[in-house]
Design a protein around this ligand. Structure first.
Ligand code: TYD
Length: 213
């Protein structure tokens, strides 16, 4: 189910170190220049309660968090985000660009933590009352590349990022499966293309969707 609202809902997905934030920012900038009202947001987070959940679930130092608790924390953050922020913005006719959405939970908790992709999707469809993106942009990154790109930056790895490469390989496979199953609403691009080339391809696809609205 897509949004069927006046706005357009775009999610960026991909492994850690794929460059989603850079591309989300470039897309937002390009659309604003074209005169669109854009809301750029992220998960976990996007609301005050979501940002608190973000630090609880991502920071080291809160002790062991079992997989089901982790999945529920991401889903709780997403419920607030979808219901309090994303849906109202779509109803106002804005373009919403989120850095991660449901498919991150399907890939990380469903496949990475082995909770089952079906169970995690069902939980999140309930949490968001069925709100789905019109387009998901998957920046596909190999786990080793992702690690190199992350560790080249200044920031320390969070609780999920610091999992071993096999964990990230399961996540990558899950994202590629999702893209195959939902081919009409996915744009898959190799994360190692030049930044400008990626940005142009993403803008092309989003412009088509905006014209059809
Ligand atoms: P992200 O915000 O992309 O990381 P960064 O701080 O580098 O911008 O995502 C934070 C981490 O949370 C990332 O490792 C993926 C993980 N995650 C899940 O495991 N499940 C989810 O549902 C979401 C949204 C993120």
């Amino acid at each position: 189910m897509t949004t069927h609202s006046p706005g357009l809902f775009i999610a960026f997905e991909g492994g850690d170190g794929a460059g989603k934030s850079t591309q989300a920012a470039l897309l937002a900038e390009a659309l604003e220049t074209l005169g669109h009202a854009v809301l750029r947001t992220r998960e976990p987070g996007g609301t005050p309660i979501g940002e608190k959940l973000r630090s609880l679930v991502l920071d080291h130092g809160h002790g062991n968090i079992d997989a089901r608790t982790e999945a529920l924390m991401f889903a709780a953050s997403r419920a607030a985000h979808a219901n309090q922020v994303i849906r109202p913005a779509l109803e106002r006719g804005e373009v919403v660009i989120t850095d991660r959405y449901i498919d991150s939970s399907v890939a990380y908790q469903g496949a990475g933590r082995d909770l089952g992709t079906h169970a995690v999707r069902t939980l999140n469809e309930w949490a968001t009352a069925g709100l789905q993106p019109d387009l998901t942009v998957l920046l596909d990154v190999e786990p080793e590349d992702g690690r190199d790109r992350r560790t080249a930056g200044e920031a320390a790895e969070d609780r999920l990022e610091s999992e071993p490469d096999q964990f990230h390989a399961r996540i990558r496979d899950a994202f590629l499966d999702l893209a195959t199953t939902h081919a009409d609403s996915y744009l898959v691009l190799p994360a190692n293309l030049e930044i400008e080339e990626l940005a142009a391809k993403i803008l092309d696809r989003v412009s088509e969707l905006l014209e059809r609205r």
